[in-house]
Design a protein around this ligand. Structure first.
Ligand code: 7GP
Length: 816
């Protein structure tokens, strides 16, 4: 364990070396990119050597490993994280001083690795950090998108999207591994050959083959012995281009196959919790799953082939939602077609290795692929899928519910209808030995509402693992001042043992500690205020309450509820500019899926109202509204340490867990939230006095819907709601252009308000009032903020990973 760490002198030498010999740079202080790159490369030497010893150790000890299959990884920036995890952050700071450089400045030079949309992708990144920190053998598998999540800007308040160029000039964090490339067949037809014994053998004759080239991103554990790998697959054509066509002068045609192949890993689909059902996405999923399955098997290839008993014992494959489900069929196909295993043995193996995490109950996110598409792209897989389904229905379903055709139709992996569809979630549940939701309430709803019949069939299969976040990135690295204060009082390595923050509880009433804690919060707010001004031109006061809602834009997350409340406050202030209220800055960060019209209208409306409110002298700076462009991991790292209030206001039953809620509370923000997702568990940890809960509960939401919800009832009886909704039809916020903001009103009234915004409005507004009163009692607020930080131990992603290990993966650590 106790290896000598890199000293500032050693690091200085290495940075100099890379500047000169790898990058060919003369010492040009203006070229921060070069210094950033040289620093990354210097650090990488330590990372790679640790990676090699980790690999050797894991192989020698032959420990079981988990393979995390995910279409998304929201890694963010890597430099500061890797420095912290290696324990050489201060050494690097000192080394860079030798070049007259600030490390914090250099860290800003790196692009975010934004290979994901939102919570699901960021969770995968936190889990990789925890796996390496706890010394478990793990490989993350994903897609090497040339372009990650789009870059967002605003033009007159409207969202503009541009391609993300995270590796335009190459990224220092990835290593190409051509020796581990894979060939992936697609399309074609299946030939059925009758064998001598009368059985029929299926032979797939694919018509297209792509090449999968892996890029490895090392994942450094915090203060541990382990560096694991995130392996991302890039799609290429098998040949560089068509020589004959090129020679005949047909340059475009000569590259056609290349373009087709490269398109597969070209862009991340920017949909969050919505299934677009596009052929290219299906191929993307299959391509990466097939590459990963081949790679996992290759790791077990011994001199005498693969020892399948050993494979089954030391391999766990976790499906991050249904996006990688096709890996199940691919493994079954490989075992039978390529390795000659019989059906039952192959199927038993699949059932042993796969487990599945569900991240949403939203029906529009539950993936289904048309049978027709399946048949065209993966004809052999469809055959296998039919067989899996047949056996499941005829044996397992029929044994439990004999001759119950309704039950068969309900549970079948194939949905019958005008267009026959493959239900990917059903395939996951049928195969996986464990299926987990991501917070207590969510897992309960997965059992009771999403898969009640599966739960009856296999009562032990459906389980819960509450999400978590890595305290390394989300406190130690992003909030250095608070980290220092904590370290003064908590002797343990709290970034590993987050429960130890509980010892701060006794300081929550201590006036001196309160002062220090809140002074740090204020400093962080000063820094964020500067960032806000540079991004939006709006000046905000660090003495105002910083009220934050950062997450993907979605109706169920209800940014428009927050928006209506802002309108209400503005209206109240116009009626009574002396209204008692602590000044408040509402800060938003959110990207809308490019095809999600109403989400984009909500962004536009918030921006228009912000313009008006921020420039209205009548309200004496009591209210400011800012929408920060291009919300992403690195921006979250600046916003979260400065938050006073955390908005977690989804309709109860809709947010599976949430993880932003955990990050904000850990940094001393007080939550205003519904009893939804992990908010419920956060409330349990911090106690009712330290959180503002409002709104209808899951059961109440169900009752309201069952009794026939009519949003007009609220619109008509709540006079404030009448006024602010009608305001949206006027040209008050869009001079000369009435009705420009009407889409929100329309969706809430004529659209039926599917997420009960109006039903929760009054309760939300009351909770905000209570919050304002609490903030005006500084000692009370400071205590609440401190307790939020102190009591977040449960939400360490190390705990989540340990839950997976104990209940699903059964791994043993592999430290030195
Ligand atoms: C998200 C959930 O919405 C969020 O509540 C949860 O905390 C997070 O996963 C991690 O579990 N879901 C997604 O990001 C997503 O894309 C569709 O779900 C499959």
């Amino acid at each position: 364990m106790a290896k000598p760490k890199l000293t500032p002198a050693e690091l200085t030498k290495r940075i100099e070396h890379h500047l000169q010999f790898t990058l060919g740079e003369v010492a040009d202080k203006e070229n921060k990119q070069a210094y950033w790159r040289a620093t990354c490369l210097a650090i990488n030497e330590a990372v790679i050597s640790k990676l090699q010893t980790t690999r050797a150790r894991q192989q020698e000890k032959q420990v079981k490993s988990v393979n995390y299959l995910s279409l998304e990884y929201l890694m963010g920036r890597m430099l500061s994280n890797n420095l912290h995890n290696l324990g050489v952050f201060e050494a690097a700071e000192k080394a860079l001083k030798n070049f007259d450089m600030e490390l914090s400045d250099l860290c800003e030079q790196g692009a975010d690795l934004a290979l994901g949309n939102g919570g699901l992708g960021r969770l995968a990144a936190c889990f990789l950090d925890s796996l390496a920190t706890l010394d478990y053998a793990a490989t993350g598998y994903g897609v090497h998108y040339q372009h990650g999540l789009f870059k967002q800007s605003f033009d007159q308040g409207r969202q503009i999207e541009e391609p993300d160029l995270w590796r335009e000039f190459g990224s220092p964090w990835e290593v190409c591994r051509p020796e581990a490339a894979q060939l992936i067949p697609l399309y074609g037809h299946v030939e059925h050959q009758t064998q001598a014994d009368g059985s029929v053998k299926s032979i797939w004759h694919p018509s297209v083959t792509f090449k999968g080239v892996p890029w490895d991103v090392p994942i450094v554990g915090y203060n541990s012995d382990t560096v694991n790998v995130l392996r991302l697959w890039e799609s290429r054509a098998v040949d560089a281009f068509n020589w004959d066509l090129f020679n005949n002068g047909d340059y475009l045609q000569a590259h056609k196959t290349n373009v087709q192949a490269e398109t597969v890993s070209k862009v991340l689909y920017p949909n969050d919790e919505h299934d677009a059902g596009k052929e290219l996405r299906f191929i993307q999923q299959y391509f990466f799953c097939a590459c990963s399955i081949k790679d996992i098997i290759a790791r077990h290839q011994g001199l005498n082939g693969v020892d399948w008993a050993a494979f089954a014992n030391d391999t766990a494959i976790q499906l991050n939602d249904t996006h990688p489900t096709i890996a199940i069929v691919e493994l079954q196909r490989t075992l039978i077609d390529d390795y000659g295993m019989n059906w039952n043995d192959a199927w038993a193996l699949c059932r042993k290795v796969f487990a599945y995490t569900n991240h949403t109950l939203l029906p529009e996110a539950l993936e289904k692929w048309s049978v027709k598409l399946f048949e065209r792209v993966l004809p052999r897989h469809l055959e296998i899928l039919y067989h899996i389904n047949e056996e499941f229905l005829n044996n397992e379903v029929n044994a439990k519910w004999p001759h119950d055709f309704q039950m068969r139709a309900k549970l079948s992996i194939i949905e019958e209808g005008a267009e026959r569809m493959v239900r990917m979630a059903h395939l996951c549940v049928v195969t996986a030995h464990k299926v987990n939701g991501v917070a207590e309430i969510h897992s309960k709803l997965v059992k009771s509402d999403l898969f009640p019949e599966f739960d009856a069939l296999w009562p032990e299969k459906l389980t819960n693992v509450t999400n978590g976040i890595t305290p390394r990135r989300w406190l130690k690295a992003c909030n250095p001042e608070l980290s220092k204060l904590i370290s003064k009082h908590v002797k343990k390595d709290w970034a590993k043992d987050l429960d130890s923050l509980k010892s701060l509880e006794k300081l929550a009433d201590d006036a001196k500690f309160q002062k220090e804690f809140m002074a740090i919060k204020r400093n962080n707010k000063v820094k964020l205020a500067e960032e806000i001004e540079s991004l939006t031109g709006v000046k905000v006061s660090p003495d105002a309450i910083f009220d934050i809602q950062i997450k993907r834009l979605h109706e169920y997350k209800r940014q428009h509820l927050n928006f209506l409340h802002i309108l209400a406050l503005y209206h109240r202030l116009l009626e009574n500019p002396d209204m008692e209220m602590h000044p408040r800055v509402f800060i938003f960060g959110a990207k809308a899926a490019p095809g999600y019209h109403l989400a984009k209208e909500i962004i536009f409306a918030i921006n228009k109202v912000a313009d008006k409110v921020n420039n209205d002298v009548r309200i004496k700076d009591k209210l400011k509204v800012v929408f920060l462009p291009n919300y992403r991991v690195s921006l979250a790292e600046k916003i979260i340490p400065a938050a006073d209030v955390s908005e977690q206001i989804s309709t109860a039953g809709k947010e599976a867990s949430g993880t932003g809620n955990m990050k904000l509370a850990l940094n001393g923000a007080v939550t205003i939230g519904t009893l939804d997702g992990a908010n419920i568990e956060i409330a349990e940890e911090v106690g009712d006095d330290n959180i503002f809960i409002f709104g209808n509960t899951v059961d109440q939401v169900k009752a309201i819907k069952a009794s026939g919800y009519n949003p007009y009832d609220f619109y008509e009886t709540n006079k404030e709601l009448t006024k602010i909704l009608d305001w949206l039809d006027s040209d008050f916020f869009t001079p000369g252009q009435p009705y420009e903001l009407s889409a929100i009103k329309h969706s809430l009234l004529d659209g039926g308000d599917p997420y009960l915004v109006l039903a929760d409005f009054q309760s939300y507004s009351d909770a905000h009032h209570a919050l304002d009163v609490a903030y005006r009692e500084p000692a009370r607020w400071a205590k609440m903020a401190i307790l939020n930080t102190a009591l977040m131990g449960k939400f360490n992603s190390d705990r989540s990973i340990q839950d997976y290990v104990n209940n699903i993966w059964q791994l043993t650590p592999c430290a030195e």
